[in-house]
Write a protein that binds this ligand. Structure first.
Ligand SMILES: [Zn+2]
Length: 619
């Protein structure tokens, strides 16, 4: 008995060594790697936040974040690339290279050789080095990209074999409607109980340049419960022409669908919109209704888009930051925090269903998935400090509770992905791109540069814009700004002679360095492009001057008002990666991944590790 147990233990140890040591290859043993790898990025899941969830009881799913941290590779801090922005770090995570190699230096940047006021989005450019999906394809590994930033299917090097891509925006924006009983008609189709007459409104929903150009929504309130109490308690809605009504009680959701062909589509698509009665007046039947935006799912190739839409339905949309921002400042307007968090949770479940279906039905070995929810929540709701615009003790309490719900939703997502894999053969990798910190002020750098005579602004049909003849322009995102000279011979129509460049940059640096709030400077570092080499940011796409703000300040590209003003965005990122608060996480579990804890790892290590777990080398 004792002997057999000892032998078993030896066998287990031998297996563990085999699994842990890729160097076994030299001895002719097969490399220990995973059959399939799911790499999922939770945007804005900072190291501090993730470990707070893991170390408290919040991450309660046995196979969620805590399970991952306890059973596999757990890196306390993933040191991101500077600036700590989403597109910059997804480029680093996907390629294993810093911005100086990928060319993605910000979420918004200018490219030399183009007019100085022209910028591109870091999400829609090709990387200058191959991404994991490209190298994987060369190895015969089939890849699915599920909303992974930059994998937008806009070019052959920005897509896998199949996938869904980040939405280009809704067909129709959302709105909150107050439906007046005095303006309602009625309907005989809904059987109202207890002597209350149903009320019915017809709302036009314009669809812009789509075909059709508009649809009509029918909304009704009535007494759906035979309880001898005459009161309106049920809301019904449908797209006019549809047979059946969708029903919801107060503060419940209902989903509507419509078919339309937008100006971008070559054929009609299925669009969905979610509707929530925010308040139903029991006695009058009057209604305050949130009508969500109309979205569709975009995928590639076309037949995959059709298959996946058939299974999971149209895209439910992003949490509505615009209407939540209204509510934080005036709680009689917009949508409340519960409604926003419900949207985030719905999106997480929807994205998980896509990943689960792909893993069950498609022959892919690498899945690169993305959830925007922690980032969206914190930008709009990380209201923790008295110096923030919409702060009150009650708001802070609500904001903390909301964040916990986001934590549970992320934890559920991790557990769902793990549940969709074979634990003996597959691996799950959880990463993130940065943390966020609360902010109180926005810094309008272009206003400061205009006051210093370095940016020229023109009036363009009532809107202020940087002039094509301006000496300087900027690419601004989060806590970072790239400032570009309009240089003769580099920018078409450039107005700055090379001999003047040094003096102009010195003046710009002084104008930014002088900006302060209550004696506190807003800028943390101002570097020339050459100096940015130490940050891995010396690329021709980088600014001639690069400004990193201090945490607490967000950079704004607004051209009006004060240089420093209260911010209606409550958290941001994009600061220097040296701040621990900007670190992301890396947790991985499954075949070929031994249990290890590591205090810190650079984000450039993630892609080579993922490649190795799949059994090939990235570089
Ligand atoms: Zn992000």
């Amino acid at each position: 008995m004792i002997r057999s147990r000892a032998l078993t233990l030896l066998a287990v140890l031998a297996l563990a060594v085999l699994a842990a040591a890729p160097s076994c290859r030299e001895e002719g043993l097969p490399p220990a790697h995973a059959e399939r790898v799911v790499m999922v990025s939770y945007d804005g899941l900072g190291a501090d936040l993730a470990w707070q969830w893991i170390d408290s009881d919040l991450a309660a799913e046995p196979d969620g974040l805590a399970g991952l941290a306890a059973q596999g590779l757990a890196v306390r801090r993933l040191r991101m690339s500077s600036p700590t922005l989403t597109s910059v770090n997804h480029a680093t995570l996907a390629t294993g290279r810093p911005p100086s190699a990928t060319g993605v230096v910000s979420n918004t940047f200018h490219r030399p050789g183009t007019p100085v006021t022209e910028t591109v989005a870091g999400y829609s450019v090709s990387y200058e080095v191959p991404a994991l999906w490209t190298v994987a394809a060369r190895q015969g590994v089939r890849v699915a990209t599920l909303m992974w930033p930059s994998a937008d299917a806009g070019a052959v090097d920005r897509m896998g074999d199949l996938g869904v891509v980040w939405s280009r925006g809704p067909l129709a924006p959302s709105e909150v409607l107050d439906l007046d009983p005095g303006l309602a008609g009625t309907t005989g189709e809904l059987i109202s109980k207890d002597g209350v007459a149903p009320l019915r409104w017809v709302l036009e929903l314009p669809l812009g340049k789509a075909e059709p150009a508009a649809v009509a929504l029918e909304v009704a309130t009535y007494d759906g419960t035979p309880d001898a109490v005459p009161r309106s308690d049920t809301v019904a809605a449908r797209v006019e022409g549809d047979g059946s009504w969708r029903l919801a009680g107060e503060r419940e959701w209902l989903q509507l669908e419509l078919e339309a062909r937008s100006a971008r589509d070559e054929r009609p698509r299925r669009y969905g919109l979610w509707v929530k009665p925010l308040f139903l007046d029991r006695s009058t039947g009057g209604l305050r209704l949130y009508r969500g935006a109309a979205w569709r799912l975009t995928g590639y190739p076309d037949d995959f888009e059709d298959r996946i839409t058939e299974v999971v339905g149209p895209f439910p949309g992003l949490p509505d930051q615009r209407l939540l921002a209204d509510w934080w400042l005036d709680m009689s307007t917009g949508i409340d925090l519960d409604t926003f968090v419900e949207q985030a949770e719905r999106l997480d479940r929807y994205l998980d269903r896509i990943a689960e279906w792909v893993l069950a039905n498609e022959d892919v070995r690498l899945v690169m998935a993305y959830h925007p929810t922690p980032d969206e929540y914190q930008h709009s709701s990380l209201l923790l400090a008295p110096d923030q615009w919409a702060y009150s003790p009650g708001a802070a309490l609500a904001a903390r509770e909301g964040l916990k719900r986001i934590g549970r939703s992320v934890d559920r997502s991790v557990a769902a992905l793990w549940g969709a894999l074979d634990p003996g053969r597959d691996a799950l990798v959880v990463v993130s791109d940065h943390g966020l910190v609360p902010i109180h002020s926005e810094v309008r750098l272009l206003v400061a540069l205009e006051q210093a005579g370095l940016v020229e602004v023109v009036d363009d049909g009532g809107e202020r814009r940087v002039a094509p003849t301006s000496p300087m322009a900027a690419g601004i995102s989060g806590g970072c700004a790239h400032l570009y000279l309009n240089l003769e011979g580099r920018e078409p129509g450039g107005v700055v002679r090379r001999a003047e460049a040094g003096e102009l940059l010195a003046r710009a640096a002084r104008a930014v360095a002088d900006l302060e709030l209550d004696g506190r400077p807003v800028a943390e570092r101002i570097l020339t492009r050459a100096e940015a080499a130490e940050l891995g940011l010396d690329h021709p796409n980088s600014g001639d001057l690069i400004v990193f703000l201090r945490p607490g300040f967000g950079a704004s590209s607004r051209l009006d008002g004060e240089t420093v003003a209260p911010s209606a965005v409550y958290a941001t990122h994009g600061y220097l990666a040296s701040h621990d608060a900007m670190c992301g996480v890396l947790l991985a579990r499954g075949a070929g991944i031994p249990r290890t804890e590591q205090s810190e790892l650079p984000a450039t290590e993630v892609a080579p590790l993922v490649a190795r777990w799949l059994g090939f080398e990235l570089h």
